[in-house]
Design a protein around this ligand. Sequence first.
Ligand code: NDP
Length: 247
Amino acid sequence: MAHNKVILITGASRGIGRAIALAFAEPGSTVIVNYRSGREAAEETAEAVRRRGAQAVLSPFDVAQPEAVKAAFKDITDAFGRLDVLVNNAGITRDNIFPRLKESDWDEVLAVNLKGVFLCCQAAMRPMLKQRFGRIVTITSVVGFTGNAGQCNYAAAKAGIVGLTRSLAREVISRNITVNAVAPGYIETEMTQALSEDARRALLEQIPAGRTGTPEEVAAAVRFLASDEAGYITGQVLHVNGGMYMG
Ligand code: NDP
């Protein structure tokens, strides 16, 4: 599917984004690896993509900075003439119980996890509308559906992604652009390594599969939604969570 396609993945230096970059890596495809600060890790991802026969390009920018986003998308379309797939994966957490949640914790998480998705989707519109083809997949989270104590900011942003996804999906499906989301449950990455042993155990008890998920299992869902075969699927959320939540 990725043959001759240009695919941009935000936050692809590590974790789920890295696995997504690798899932698209095949001869003929161009995988654009975005990150904010982890250059070394992003280089490693790009190298791994190249080993699978794809072209890999680094594109460092902060998804929350409008001018940086515009400039990066312009560079991409100038260089490759198109953008077929946008995967909005970049995300951060700033967890705290609600009475102690700082305004800056709220603003930072909403800026990266929700406004960043808006900015990247809008910047992707020009090439996708022009070429009358596009696939946008955004990584939301199970907590956008269930809520999670200590994550009011994160859950609000992740739930917001669903409204944005469904609305944009309705606007652009007539132009052959689909807009979907993938909602992972509990996946082993640096983001979840910060959890205490107790929190980890409590989480595992809520997962009927009895195990955490892998970044590759999330990447497979993204890859499907970005495929040509998924052209009639839009405005959907695909849950990848071992049965933790059934939407
Ligand atoms: P990691 O913390 O392991 O990786 C986050 C990635 O996002 C890094 O590549 C980081 O790059 C990048 N990033 C962070 N902020 C920005 C920014 N402002 N601009 C550009 N890139 C940025 O996270 P995961 O792989 O665990 O998570 C990936 C996505 O999946 C996130 O949206 C997360 O919310 C979601 N998710 C994760 C779950 C899990 O259990 N792990 C569960 C549900 C959803 P750098 O460090 O170089 O800035």
